[in-house]
Design a protein around this ligand. Structure first.
Ligand SMILES: [Zn+2]
Length: 127
């Protein structure tokens, strides 16, 4: 089990249409029609796993379908814009110092920084 998490890529925006993180300087690669729709200011995202296909980048175990998963972008040339999301079990994301700090600051901070958090019910949110 890795004690450290992969390095998060900062200053990314998010293309909700393609579900891609877009590194700074790559926004001009996003189709013009939806460039103005890019979501900015988020560092992480949270959602329920849709397929159960992704493995947690910390522990290597699969993240079961409908389980909560926390992700953030990392630099990777396989991504449409040079970044891909790394997913973690919500328990494994407790190693993420930024997420821990957000959680301490409360719901307003989590809503601002974590894409998808605002759309979740209180019961669904990571605790
Ligand atoms: Zn894990």
């Amino acid at each position: 089990m890795k004690a450290r998490l992969p390095k998060r890529l900062g200053h990314c925006s998010y293309d909700a249409a393609s579900r891609d993180w877009v590194p700074r300087g790559q926004a001009n690669q996003v189709p013009k029609a939806r460039r103005h729709l890019l979501l900015t200011g988020y560092t992480h995202q949270v959602e329920k796993s849709k397929t159960g296909a992704a493995a947690c980048k910390r522990c290597g175990e699969k993240i079961a379908k409908t389980c909560l998963r926390v992700g953030y972008p990392v630099k990777d040339h396989r991504g449409e814009y040079g970044a891909i999301v790394n997913w973690f079990h919500s328990e494994c994301a407790r190693l993420d110092e930024m997420m821990v700090a957000y959680a301490k600051m409360g719901d307003a901070k989590l809503k601002k920084m974590v894409l998808g958090y605002d759309a979740m019910t209180k019961e669904e949110r990571p605790s």
